[in-house]
Write a protein that binds this ligand. Structure first.
Ligand code: SF4
Length: 415
C-alpha cells in the first residue's frame, strides 16, 4: 500500500512544484492536549522531496487528472502524462506518517480539477476535515481553493485550513480566456472576495484561515506589462486583504504552441516585481508612482532606485529633517533604518557615521541625502547619478543569482 502511495506521491509532488504560493505563513498555534502538531509562526517552506528529507511542508496535488486544458500547464487534459489521484485517507496517512517522522511540519494541498470544481473541492475539504477530526492533526495546512467551486465548500475548507489560496495565474481576463479557457475571472475573484470578508475573524470565536490568503501569477506567459501586473497586485492587497502575491516566471512545459512563448521568462523580471511588491507593502509607494501602466521595470535599477532617479528634483533630503515617508524613498535606506533614523534624531543630530551604524547603504544613499547640510554624492545631473550608481568607484553592484543565460548585473543592497 505504502509503495503505491509513494509512487503516486512521486507523480503528484512533481505536479505541485510550480505552485509557489505557499511560503511562510505567519500562522501560530500551540500544540493542544490530545492533538498532534502545531503551526509555527515562521519558517514554513514549500519544498518537498519524495525521499523524505526534512522539508517543512508536504506539498502535493490531490490529483493531476485534470479535466481542464490550460495551455501552459503540464497537467492539462490533452497532455499524455501519467495520471494519479490520492484519496483523502491516503493524504491523511501520508501527512501524519511524515509528520511523526519529523519530515514535515504541515501540508500544502492543491489539486488539478478532477471531474469538475465541485467534486475536487469536496475531496480537498473531506481531506482536511478528516485530518483535523479523525487524525487530530493540529499542524499547518495550506489548502488550495478550486476556482468556481461552491461557496459552502470553500467556507468549510476555510474553517479547517490555516491558509487558502486561489491562483490568479494570468494577469488579465483576456489572457485567461485565451490560455485557460475553462477558467473565468469571476470564479477566481469571487472566492477571494468572500474569504477577504470572513478570514480576519476578529470578534469571532473561531478564526477562519488565520494565516490569510495568497495568490500566484505567472509572469511572462502572456503579454501584460509590469505596470499592469503591479496595479493588479495593489488592487488585490487593497480589495481582498491578501497576505502575499507570488510571482512565478513562466517556464515552457508544453512546447510548440504559438500562443505561448517558447523561452522561459527572465528571472530578473520576477525579482523586480517582488521588489516593487515590497515597496507597496512596506514603503508607502503606490503602483502608479512606481511605473506607468504599459511599462516594464528597469533591469539595471531596482524600482525604488529608478523612482528616485526619475524624481531626482526632490533630492537631496536632509537626514535630520526629512519626514519618514521621504526617508523611506531614499535608495539605500531600508524600512528598519528609516525608523531608526527617526528615533535617533530625537536625541542627536545625525551624521554619516551614525547612518553607517544604522546599516544605511551609504554607497547609494549618499547621492540622495545631506547630513548636517553636507553632501558627499554626485549631484551634477540625473545622468551622473545613474552612472555613479552603476559604475561608481565602489561599483555598488552584485552578481546575479540567476542562470547564466539570464544573468545580468543588478544594483543591490537595501531598497
Ligand atoms: S486547471 Fe489548468 S492549471 Fe490547474 S491543473 Fe488543470 S490544466 Fe493545470
Amino acid at each position: 500500500m505504502l509503495d503505491s502511495i509513494m509512487s503516486k506521491l512521486n507523480i503528484l509532488a512533481e505536479g505541485a512544484k510550480y505552485d509557489i504560493s505557499c511560503s511562510s505563513s505567519g500562522s501560530s498555534r500551540k500544540q493542544i492536549k490530545g492533538g498532534l502538531g502545531n503551526a509555527k509562526m515562521c519558517g514554513i517552506c514549500h519544498s518537498f522531496t519524495s525521499d523524505g528529507r526534512c522539508i517543512s511542508l508536504l506539498k502535493t496535488l490531490m490529483s493531476n487528472d485534470c479535466s481542464f486544458d490550460c495551455l501552459y500547464c503540464g497537467c492539462r487534459r490533452s497532455n499524455d502524462i501519467e495520471r494519479a489521484s490520492f484519496t483523502p485517507k491516503e493524504i491523511c496517512e501520508l501527512t501524519v506518517n511524515f509528520y511523526k517522522r519529523n519530515y514535515i511540519e504541515g501540508l500544502f494541498l492543491s489539486s488539478a480539477v478532477e471531474k469538475n470544481p465541485e467534486y475536487t473541492m469536496q475531496k480537498l475539504v473531506d481531506t482536511v476535515i478528516m485530518l483535523r477530526k479523525d487524525y487530530n492533526f493540529n499542524g499547518y495546512i495550506h489548502l488550495k481553493g478550486i476556482p468556481s467551486a461552491p461557496y459552502e465548500l470553500i467556507l468549510k475548507g476555510a474553517a479547517h485550513a490555516d491558509r487558502m489560496s486561489f491562483n490568479i495565474e494570468l494577469p488579465s481576463e483576456q489572457s485567461l480566456k485565451l490560455l485557460a479557457p475553462q477558467k473565468n475571472k469571476d470564479g477566481i475573484v469571487r472566492p477571494m472576495q468572500s474569504l477577504a470578508q470572513i478570514y480576519i475573524g476578529q470578534g469571532r470565536k473561531k478564526v477562519l484561515i488565520p494565516a490569510g490568503q495568497t495568490t500566484q501569477m505567472i509572469i511572462g506567459a502572456s503579454p501584460e506589462s509590469d505596470g499592469q501586473i503591479i496595479r493588479l497586485t495593489q488592487a488585490l492587497y487593497n480589495n481582498y486583504r491578501l497576505k502575499r502575491v507570488y510571482y512565478s516566471s513562466y517556464i515552457p512545459v508544453n512546447t510548440g504552441n504559438s500562443l505561448l512563448p517558447q523561452q522561459k521568462s527572465n528571472l530578473i523580471r520576477e525579482h523586480r516585481l517582488y521588489q516593487a511588491d515590497w515597496l507597496l507593502r512596506f514603503y508607502g509607494f503606490s503602483a502608479q508612482e512606481l511605473i506607468a501602466q504599459g511599462e516594464n521595470f528597469s533591469e539595471e535599477f531596482d524600482p525604488k532606485c529608478w523612482w528616485a532617479i526619475k524624481n531626482y528634483h526632490n533630492f537631496p533630503v536632509e537626514i535630520n529633517k526629512a519626514p519618514l515617508e521621504m526617508l523611506l524613498r531614499v535608495p539605500g535606506i531600508g524600512a528598519v533604518s528609516a525608523y531608526k533614523i527617526v528615533n535617533a534624531r530625537k536625541f542627536a543630530v545625525l551624521d554619516f557615521e551614525d547612518l553607517k551604524k544604522m546599516r544605511v547603504t551609504l554607497k547609494r544613499a549618499q547621492h540622495f541625502i545631506t547630513c548636517k547640510g553636507k553632501f558627499i554624492g554626485v549631484n551634477t545631473s540625473e545622468t551622473a547619478v545613474k552612472g555613479a550608481l552603476l559604475y561608481g568607484g565602489d561599483r555598488a553592484k552584485q552578481l546575479s543569482f540567476f542562470d547564466n543565460d539570464t544573468a545580468v548585473s543588478v544594483i543591490s543592497g537595501q531598497l
